[in-house]
Ligand binder design. Sequence first.
Ligand SMILES: Nc1ncnc2c1ncn2[C@@H]1O[C@H](COP(=O)(O)OP(=O)(O)O)[C@@H](O)[C@H]1O
Ligand SMILES: [Mg+2]
Length: 258
Amino acid sequence: MINQKGGVGKTTTVINLATALSYKNKKILVIDLDPQGNATTGFGLSNADDNKTIYDVLNGNSNFEEAIKDTKIKNLKIVSSNVDLSGLEVETANEERRAFLLKDKIENFMKSEKNDFSYIFIDCPPSLSLLTVMSLVAAKSLVVPLQAEFFALEGLSQLIKTIDRVKEKLNPDLSIRGVLLTMYDKRNKLSSEVDLEARNFFKNKVYKTVIPRNVRLSEAPSHGTPVLIYDKNCTGSKSYLSFADEFIEQENVMESAA
Ligand SMILES: Nc1ncnc2c1ncn2[C@@H]1O[C@H](COP(=O)(O)OP(=O)(O)O)[C@@H](O)[C@H]1O
Ligand SMILES: [Mg+2]
């Protein structure tokens, strides 16, 4: 989940897409790669806990597998984060392969018999820093949440430039899987304008599902729980359930095209 803008719905999307997919019996691992640890707290874990976080994995103090923690949701685990992670960029300044740090750890784990995850989601920080580049190198595909408000498309050219550069030099298979409109407000003309503009630019990469602005979605994190558990009938929950359907459907389309 990537977008260098903060507050566009990356973490909310990671938490609720992961939860919705876990309800469909998919095994999911979330990697919180934001030093703010919002995905961590959003699942009810502590971001003050400095025991075996993604930081410890990346600096070699813990192996990947040991850092995988349970959440209260069946089929859904997390590698948590805390503020220590913000030191990584400086601490690895002299390492040549530092852009590959995350990829190497994930790949090693994926080769082991311990991996039975259907999906690994990375929640990126709101920047185009080393952490985000590490995610671009490690990822197979990207979901870009776009807030359906003014300035939504600003900064996208910089994001796309970064993606293209990583693709060219470090990860040729990288692709944008889809663009998700978030915080959509039907009563606000701006939302439909951003919708139109995004579909003009990204064409069929923009998901049909749009995530409405929904107060339950913003309340759920303070209860340390995905909205699908907090209030399973609210419009926010329903929208993330349909997003999960569309997300899986993409694979059926890809398979039948192959
Ligand atoms: N669809 C939505 N409706 C209402 N509030 C939302 C919605 N999506 C996210 N939020 C709230 O907006 C804020 C930013 O969302 P978040 O997912 O943390 O963004 P990011 O990870 O991109 O910084 C959070 O307080 C979150 O609870
Ligand atoms: Mg976030």
